[in-house]
Design a binder for this molecule. Structure first.
Ligand SMILES: O=P(O)(O)OC[C@H]1O[C@@](CO)(OP(=O)(O)O)[C@@H](O)[C@@H]1O
Length: 452
């Protein structure tokens, strides 16, 4: 019986607690959630602990700005209790749930408070890593205030004007005591200070691979509006023959999709500048051939390697390697084709693609079924056990718009028929053909996938 092999992603066993630092409305929760999403995607056990949530659970549901008055002892007790509960849960999570990276999402705005947290973490053999989001840019702050107003349970039911007034008052309370991190005064701590998003970054005492991976990731984050377009290559000769893998050319209908793609892209991206990324396989180049944008080839975007099954149909695999066929159906994410790859392997080789995508502006990626599922899973927060089973039809352009707390997705069908390459669990038969719908070119479904 073939056994899937678990791949270790890092040789370190250090447990890290990322401690967020910064005034309210500096995008700390956005950074915290992105870190968790990225680490979970690469299979690192990571969890965020938001002190605001603990404070709400402690009864301070919709606090007035006075609640954040640093000189008010009564309120201080509640705030401190919320912080203590969060830290208690972090320690419990590390010891009982094999945690690897926790994020303590709070302002942690004074040196004294940070020193206290440091002491507890170190006593429990957890490495503290501070990430400060600092800003003196009014437009950056205003954008974040607006975000907080919309998504924070503290303000979501308030009249927008009143909410903004309250957030500004809360900010003033914190500003009085806020101590930013500096190499001079905090030189013995591991920290990264992001100034105005990631316009500038100060990095101090990053020692381990895991810390540098997190630091590099957050330095690449940006919230400038941009779109990521994803498409599978047009229908290939192998797709028509129901064979997997290979390096075949496009079918006639696949070529039609390639010819239509420039029109689809312009209809949605207008005259925005785009870079097209393809894999190194022929079917993706042929799909990109009529697009008049700069093109880059990535080996990392090549389809999941089916090893000894490359070039076979699912029926042939079931017939010749029934144990492998079943093992893959039982655990599609972990199953590694003999001499080939698993979905987990694909995610690992896609890490540099995600790092680069976070840095970039508008990108169109033309790649393959399995690779697209993995990229999609990162943006849409799809759990590992579900992602290999997602249906991503041919001849469909996906438009992703990353936002602060989720990604907006639009599906644009090209209205060109294609075979289905979707195989359901428990069968070797492929689904129904994707026929041209009667709707016009732009059959658009829009949804927002929020963070979980
Ligand atoms: O993981 P599963 O569902 O088998 O999907 C991956 C398969 O998709 C295919 C099509 O069946 O990809 P592609 O987009 O490159 O045409 C195969 O080449 C590949 O093995």
């Amino acid at each position: 019986m073939p056994k899937s092999v678990r791949t270790i992603t890092s040789a370190e066993d250090a447990r890290i607690c990322v401690v967020m630092v910064g005034l309210p409305a500096r995008g700390k929760s956005f950074i915290a959630q992105k870190i968790i999403r990225f680490l979970s995607w690469i299979s690192v056990n990571a969890k965020s602990f938001n002190v605001g949530q603990y404070r709400r659970e402690a009864g301070a549901l919709k606090p007035t700005p006075d609640f954040f008055d640093m000189d008010n002892d009564n309120y201080f007790v509640i705030r401190k209790q919320a912080e203590n509960n969060a830290i208690k849960d972090i320690l419990k999570w590390f010891s009982e749930e094999d945690g690897v990276v926790a994020v303590l999402d709070a302002t942690n705005s004074t040196r004294e408070r940070r020193a206290g947290i440091c002491e507890i973490l170190k006593a429990n053999k957890i490495e503290p890593m501070f990430i400060e989001s600092y800003s003196d840019d009014e437009s950056f702050i205003l954008r974040n205030i607006n975000e907080v107003r919309k998504v924070s349970p503290d303000y979501s039911e308030q009249d927008p004007e009143m909410a903004i007034k309250n957030i500004l008052l809360k900010l003033q309370k914190y500003e009085k005591n806020y101590e930013t991190m500096t190499s001079e005064l905090d030189g013995d701590l591991t920290f990264i200070k992001l100034v105005n998003g990631a316009q500038e970054a100060i990095i101090n005492r990053i020692k381990t691979y895991s810390e540098s991976r997190i630091a590099f990731y957050v330095m690449n984050l940006h919230l400038k509006p941009r779109c990521i377009y994803l498409s599978r290559h047009g229908e290939s000769v192998y797709n028509v023959e129901q064979k997997i893998g290979g390096d075949s050319c496009l079918s006639e209908r696949g070529l039609k999709y390639a010819q239509k793609l420039p029109e689809l892209v312009t209809a949605n991206a207008g005259d925005a500048n785009l870079t097209v990324w393809t894999s190194t396989l022929k079917r993706t180049h042929e799909t990109a051939q009529y697009l008049a944008y700069k093109k880059l080839q990535w080996k990392a975007l090549d389809e999941l390697d089916a090893g000894i099954c490359d070039g076979m149909t699912y029926e042939e695999i079931e017939d010749k390697y029934p144990d492998d066929f079943k093992a893959r159906d039982d655990d599609k994410y972990e199953y590694r084709y003999r001499g080939g790859e698993s979905y987990r392997d694909v995610v690992i080789r896609l890490e540099p693609i995600i790092m680069e995508l976070e840095r970039q502006d508008n990108i169109l990626i033309i790649t393959h079924q399995a690779v697209l599922r993995c990229i999609y899973a990162y943006y849409m927060n799809v759990p590992q056990e579900e992602s290999p089973w997602m249906s991503i039809p041919l001849h469909t352009l996906l438009k992703l718009e990353p936002r602060a707390y989720g990604t907006k997705i639009t599906k644009i069908k090209a209205n060109i028929p294609a075979v289905s390459t979707y195989k359901e669990k428990g069968t070797s038969q492929l689904g129904e053909s994707v026929t041209a719908s009667k709707a016009s070119v732009r059959d658009i479904i829009t949804s927002i996938a929020g963070d979980k």
